[in-house]
Design a protein around this ligand. Structure first.
Ligand code: AMP
Length: 618
């Protein structure tokens, strides 16, 4: 299956693999996985030690870049040249950063603007995209060594709450690293894939993915129905994780052994040794009952009960977030079919117990919690590669997509919750005689008026040959491909002119905004309906007003003066109602005008027929 290509740098012939790789680009650690003999495996480094690549980038002298374990060693010595947690900066502007600035040991350009952040290292500035690309390059290198071939295609996971800018930044990082990012997948979706929940049952299943890493906590509630994943809600805490467990242990030791803050400040190696011992204690207590070790002549010890007491409030905070996620999804704990544990810190037995207790069921923890997301990404990659034919991984459109029609009304073309890929279209026409151009505004949302929805883009179909209003046949098509890219096409079918736009990124939207938009549409449903009815009545009335004008001009000789003045009178009062906001008055005025003019229209038609039979033009 492999293709042969030449490595430009070395001049050697390199094998190119068709394998699509799965990448978990994490805040603390990243991993790469692929499908080997029908099973997903995470790839270890050359030393064969760990599948985890610490998401840390160190700039050595001469701007030489080191990534992973080697970079982690420099974190204490050279904090300003060593970048960590870059995932927290993805897609962020300076204005977004106030909350995390103090947490980072390196320098971020301090500008009060909406532009994307840059990180200052030595004499250069780097974007989070460039830095993430370094991590991705390291992962790419790792798998290429394993496969002894080059790879170029990847699936990368991101948190479910990532907004579109963050997703786009992740894609861009992939591109910079020489990877064609075929799909961005939500981390909880990947975890569910790793456990095979997509193919377990016929019925829809609801899954809670509890992800407690080193520094972040996410809870996501997903629904899987016929292979379609939908994120029902997300919650969490971007500053809560295993590092806080370590700190809780440290605080306990400081108190118990009377360790003074001053001694920690003056002796950094002592502070560091204690911190590492705290992490070792925590890890040990995941499989034993007690821990003891001597550090700088202090006999440190910790038993499991004490540890659990120290972290109780932290664990409780995660449970509160689970509660919020459930209520946002309008569900109860009993509605959850499966609970998946993700992230290194879910190895802590007290965490497992608390989660199992809250959801009142056993949790899924058989797969390595550090690897589960990467394994799922590899499965998704394999599906995309077409190796799992029985499965088509579908996404859904979270909000309706449509265009603006006369009077600012939203006309939905693809309703929300449609399966992607999808193609849908509808026919329109012009509202003015001789109209040459048609502006097409593309919107996303559930409200009846486009002004309340989100504008995704706009384009103009120009060059429509002059025709009376209503004659042109304009087809508007919405096409969403498997990558979620929306293309909108407009075609005038009588003249064959067409134009299209592609909407790439903007139409992704954060779960939070989406929930808000849906909520708004429900809360405003009644008002929106009234408004829509009014606008529709106005549109119809305007058409009648135009038609009446035409009628008067064309049939001047057939109509008596009295008839003309009566039509003008009714025409005028219809115009007045259109200016108002009473839909019933508009409808009534239309009815009266129609009633009066219908027999006249018949007469006019007869006269026209007579005239044309005689060959006279009126
Ligand atoms: P992650 O960000 O998912 O890689 O999670 C890393 C976190 O998991 C760190 O805080 C680790 O200390 C923690 N961790 C790793 N192994 C264990 C273990 N055996 N017991 C408790 N915590 C662990």
């Amino acid at each position: 299956m492999g293709k042969i290509s030449i490595n430009i740098k070395s001049g050697k012939i390199a094998k190119q693999s068709d394998v699509i790789i799965g990448i978990d680009l994490g805040t603390t650690n990243s991993l790469v996985a692929y499908i080997h003999e029908n099973k997903p495996i995470a790839v270890k480094g050359k030393d064969g030690k760990s599948t985890l690549v610490p998401s840390i980038i160190h700039f050595a002298p001469e701007n030489e870049i080191v990534v992973g374990e080697a970079a982690k060693l420099k974190l204490i010595e050279e904090p300003h040249n060593t970048i960590y947690s870059v995932k927290r900066l993805m897609g962020k502007s300076y204005n977004d950063l106030s909350e995390i600035q103090s947490y980072l040991g390196y320098k971020i350009l301090d500008e009060d603007t909406d532009s994307l952040v840059k990180i200052n290292v030595q004499d250069k500035y780097y974007t989070p995209i460039e830095l993430s690309a370094e991590i991705l390059k390291e992962l790419k290198k790792r798998i290429e060594e394993e496969l002894e071939a080059t790879v170029s295609k990847a699936v990368i996971t991101v948190p479910a709450y990532f907004n579109d800018a963050q997703r786009q930044a992740t894609r861009d990082a992939g591109k910079l690293a020489g990877l064609d990012v075929l799909r961005i997948v939500n981390e909880p979706t990947a975890a569910s894939l790793a456990y095979g929940f997509d193919k377990l049952a016929e019925d829809a299943q609801t899954i809670a993915v509890y992800d407690l890493g080193g520094g972040t906590f996410d809870i996501s509630i997903l629904k899987i129905d016929n292979g379609i994943f939908e994120v029902l809600s997300t919650n969490g805490d971007t500053f809560l994780g295993g590092d806080d467990f370590d700190k809780a242990i440290l605080d306990y030791w400081y108190k118990t052994y009377d360790i003074k803050a001053t001694s920690l400040e003056t002796d950094r190696s002592f502070a560091q040794a204690l911190r590492l011992a705290a992490e070792r204690a925590k890890k040990a207590l995941s499989s034993t009952e007690s821990f003891s070790e001597t550090v700088h002549n202090i006999d440190l010890s910790l038993d499991i009960e004490t540890f659990e007491t120290q972290i109780k409030s932290l664990v409780n905070r995660t449970i509160t977030a689970c509660q919020s996620a459930l209520s946002d999804a309008k569900l109860k704990a009993i509605d959850i079919d499966h609970v998946i544990m993700v992230g290194g810190s879910t190895r802590v037995p007290a965490v497992k117990k608390a989660v199992a207790n809250f959801f009142n069921q056993e949790v899924y923890d058989k797969l390595d919690p550090d690897e589960v997301v990467a394994l799922g990404a590899a499965i998704q990659a394999d599906i995309l590669a077409g190796n799992q034919k029985e499965m088509l991984l579908l996404d859904i459109t979270p909000l309706s997509l449509g265009i603006e029609t006369v009077g600012g009304l939203m006309d939905t073309i693809i309703p929300r919750n449609s399966k992607v890929p999808i193609k849908a279209g509808r026919n329109y026409t012009t509202s003015v005689d001789g109209q040459k151009n048609l502006k097409i505004g593309v919107y996303q949302g559930e409200r009846d008026l486009v002004e309340h929805n989100r504008k995704l883009g706009e384009f103009i179909l120009s060059g429509i040959p002059p025709m009376p209003a209503g004659l042109p046949k304009i087809e508007i098509q919405f096409i969403i491909n498997a990558d979620g890219i929306l293309k909108v096409k407009a075609m005038e079918l009588r003249s064959d002119i067409e134009t299209e736009i592609e909407i790439r990124s903007q139409y992704g939207i954060s779960e939070e905004d989406m929930a808000k938009m849906l909520m708004d549409s429900i809360q405003n449903a009644e008002g929106d309906m009234k408004q829509r009815a009014l606008l529709e009545a106005r549109n119809e009335a305007n058409n009648i007003i135009l038609a009446t004008n035409k009628f008067l001009v064309q049939n001047d000789s057939i109509l008596s003066e009295e008839e003309k003045s009566q039509i003008k009178k009714l025409h005028q009062s219809l115009k007045e109602t259109v200016a108002g906001t009473d839909k019933d008055a508009i409808n009534k005025a239309m009815e009266i005008l129609n009633e009066y003019s219908a027999p006249l229209a018949h007469r006019a038609m007869d006269a026209n027929i007579q005239a044309s039979l005689k060959g006279t033009k009126l």
